[in-house]
Design a protein around this ligand. Structure first.
Ligand code: ATP
Ligand code: MG
Length: 427
């Protein structure tokens, strides 16, 4: 038997309903905030992520699915969505259409990581990006949108932590002070952090290694080294969150694993997820568009991890059926009549399924029960002759014989009225 690739999972019908719930809630909320969907390719040039996410990051150094194509061009499976969206924004001159672009996406991302609960190699993200707005209130508004999204899905117990990562003016001097701090604790750092120290000292603050965490205990914080503009921006974000009643904590050590962030960075976690506790993350990236060759355009965005979100969804106990009407023919002539019947029902926007196979009525009914359908139509030789069929309301076990010619309209009207109660009992 050929099995799937490690870390690449099937999403089975029993789970996909929950996935749809998340996707539908996200689309609905994004619509209300004026976002439009963008779909970018899964394969991109490797250079895109080196230049955006950063060459000295875990994602690019260790987690990329990179490969040369047949002509030797260096390609990869996208590890995240923001860089692709920004590339598409620049390449398609979206800024000509509107100075503000609000874009969302959902789709698979790929990272070569150790698969475990809440961590897979192909995983799905739902993300949104706003390009062209530098107002800190936008940061707060988008964080509010995220809290609304989790609220809509009935997911409680999530925590928002925010930080500011500064800008080109204040980050370089902070970087220097961080390097000199960590030089004093050099011997305690892990191999990766020793190597990265000069290239990307902020990464050390993000390292999960126990010794590195201890070594960074007294490290200087970016939030205490912000320039006036960044400091004001951060205060406005906080004020906006308070205005919108979004609770948050400040985590001065959070730096995020991608280099493109400036000013606001955030993470949403949930302790119920265990060790892979981040369910969404993002921030502001005011230099990314320019660095990728576009006009000087600020940006703010986030990505929600779908696998982890689905893990947080309450069990859906309603087990609602997708099928409104299940048509059971008894005999081959009745089968042909039923084929036309399901066609008619579907034309009336009802979902219908024909019960195939020469089986006993009992066995047909067992499947109807299993599918948890609302109505069953039964038609046998007798009914065919009389031009009738038996309609059974499975919810209250009432059944009646109705005219077969008008069965579809009758059911459609009953369902439309939302009562679904059949009157007149015939057994
Ligand atoms: P983590 O710290 O868990 O590795 P990250 O900082 O690498 O997360 P981001 O790049 O910010 O994550 O991606 C945003 C979200 O995507 C995460 O909060 C998480 O929910 C989800 N995510 C990231 N990597 C994976 C993965 N390998 N499997 C499943 N979900 C993931
Ligand atoms: Mg990661």
């Amino acid at each position: 038997m050929i099995r799937s690739v490690k870390g690449f999972n099937d999403i089975l019908p029993c789970e996909s309903r929950r996935w749809r719930r998340v996707e539908d809630a996200a689309r609905d909320i994004f619509d209300r905030f004026g976002f439009s969907e963008i779909r970018t390719p899964v394969v991109e040039k490797m250079e895109l992520f080196k230049r955006s996410v950063g060459a000295v990051t875990d994602i690019v150094e260790k987690e990329m699915y990179a490969f040369p194509d047949r002509k030797g061009e260096s390609l990869c499976l996208r590890p995240e969505g923001t860089a692709s969206v920004v590339r598409a924004y620049i390449q398609n001159n979206l800024y000509h259409e509107d100075p503000v672009a609000k874009l969302y996406y959902m789709g698979p991302m790929f990272r070569y990581e150790r698969p475990q609960k809440g961590r897979t190699r192909q995983f799905y993200q739902i993300g949104a990006e706003v390009l062209g707005v530098d107002d800190p209130l936008l940061d707060a508004e988008i964080l509010y949108m995220l809290s609304l999204l989790f609220g809509r899905m009935g997911i409680g117990g999530i925590e928002l932590s925010i930080n500011s990562l500064g800008c080109v003016l204040c980050r370089p001097s902070y970087r220097e002070s961080l390097i000199s701090y960590f030089k004093k604790h050099h011997s305690r750092l892990c191999v990766d952090c020793k190597r990265r120290l000069e290239l990307n000292p902020l990464r050390v603050l993000d390292c999960k290694n126990k010794d590195c965490i201890e070594a960074s205990a007294c490290a200087p914080y970016m939030k205490n080294n912000l320039c006036e503009n960044c400091s004001e921006h951060f205060s406005e974000v906080k004020a906006g969150l308070e205005l919108l009643n979004v609770s948050y904590t400040i985590n001065p050590k959070m730096v995020r694993g991608l280099d493109y962030y400036t000013k606001t960075a955030f993470e949403i976690t949930c302790s119920r997820l265990g060790s892979q506790n981040a369910v969404a993350a993002g921030g502001r990236y005011d230099r990314l568009v320019k660095e990728l060759g576009g006009p000087d355009t600020p940006g703010f965005g986030f990505a929600v991890g779908l696998e982890r979100t689905v893990l947080l969804l309450e069990e859906d106990l309603s087990a609602a059926s997708k099928i409104d009407v299940y048509v059971i023919p008894l005999g081959s002539e009745a089968s042909r009549w039923s084929l036309k019947m399901v066609k008619e029902l579907r034309e009336k926007n009802l979902s219908a399924e024909l019960s195939y196979g020469r089986r006993s009525l009992k066995s047909h009914m067992r499947r109807a029960d299993k599918l948890n359908v609302r109505y069953v139509i039964i038609i046998g030789e007798d009914e065919l002759r009389k031009g009738t069929c038996v309609l059974k309301d499975m919810k209250n076990s009432v059944q009646q014989e109705i005219n077969s010619g008008s069965a579809a309209s009758f059911i459609s009207e009953t369902v439309d009225k939302g009562n679904g109660i059949l009157k007149g009992e015939v057994s």
